[in-house]
Design a binder for this molecule. Structure first.
Ligand SMILES: Nc1ncnc2c1ncn2[C@@H]1O[C@H](COP(=O)(O)OP(=O)(O)O)[C@@H](O)[C@H]1O
Ligand SMILES: [Mg+2]
Length: 250
């Protein structure tokens, strides 16, 4: 298992937002996490990525316990997450946003700038090349010099995916990658996620869009009121009509 969540609990002033949650994500899968608003999905992500700490319970990445780590620590282990509301640096261009991803850039340190100017320049060029390659892959290359605030909802989600790819992650956590995305771009996003997965990246995806969930995710975990209610293949989840009616009013 790449990721294991054990008896995870998170309370906010007595509210059990996450209540004894157990699940694991197998290496190489695209695992879905669905459920109504307020189920505790984003809180679970926050704890995995280190943006929040659990009240009790633990999270393991491989065999290593990661609960209580800071976001930069989980990032260095190869976990990246995107946010329900994209958070680009809106004054910067698409390319600049890609190149801002913390990696091993030497350029941020003044000392390095003086002593190793050549090396810094070389690394910046490599970083830029990598960013452009990923933008090509996402079909965003034409927008590279556009300020990111000019992007549509779907293009912003693609940029988030691109930023996630910059650090060569082992696992990507996506929080509602289809939210606010038009149908044409949605197909693009679905295809790109599949291709990135085929490159060896494991995904855990929170999503309400059943088209994306059913096309991409297996297994699917169903969460409600802080607990995992069931998990199974798309067929198993789809055939549990009562459950889907209750959640999505289909
Ligand atoms: N920082 C917080 N402080 C207090 N309550 C919170 C906080 N974050 C989330 N909650 C509450 O926890 C519950 C789960 O929220 P969340 O994890 O965002 O659900 P989901 O992502 O499934 O919609 C909700 O009732 C929400 O209001
Ligand atoms: Mg959420």
């Amino acid at each position: 298992m790449l990721l294991t969540v054990k008896n995870l609990c998170k309370e906010f002033d007595g509210l059990h937002a996450v209540n004894s949650v157990n699940f694991s994500v197998e290496l190489g899968t695209i695992t879905g996490l669905i459920g109504p608003n307020g189920a505790g999905k984003t809180t679970t992500f926050n704890i995995i990525a280190g943006h929040d700490s659990p009240t009790s319970g633990a999270v393991f990445f491989g065999k290593q316990e990661i609960s209580g780590m800071k976001p930069y620590e989980t990032f260095h282990l190869g976990i990246v997450r995107t946010f329900q509301i994209p958070r680009p640096f809106s004054g910067m261009t698409v390319l600049e946003n890609m190149m801002m991803v913390p990696g091993s850039q030497l350029g941020e340190n003044l000392w390095n700038n003086w002593i190793r100017l050549k090396q810094v320049k070389r690394q910046e060029a490599t970083n830029r090349e990598k960013a452009l390659e990923i933008l090509e892959f996402l079909k965003l290359a034409a927008l590279r010099d556009e300020p990111s605030m000019h992007l549509s909802g779907g293009q912003l989600k693609l940029l988030e995916l691109g930023r996630a790819m910059m650090s060569k992650p082992r696992m990507i956590l996506l929080d509602e990658p289809a939210a606010g995305v038009n149908p044409v771009l949605l197909e693009e996003i679905i295809d790109r996620i599949r291709e990135i997965n085929e490159m060896g990246v494991t995904f855990l995806i929170i999503e309400h869009n059943m088209d994306l969930i059913m096309k991409l995710c297996s297994p699917i975990l169903v969460m409600a009121e802080g607990s995992i209610m069931m998990q199974g293949s798309p067929e198993q989840v789809r055939s549990d009509k009562r459950l889907l009616d209750a959640f999505f009013g289909e």
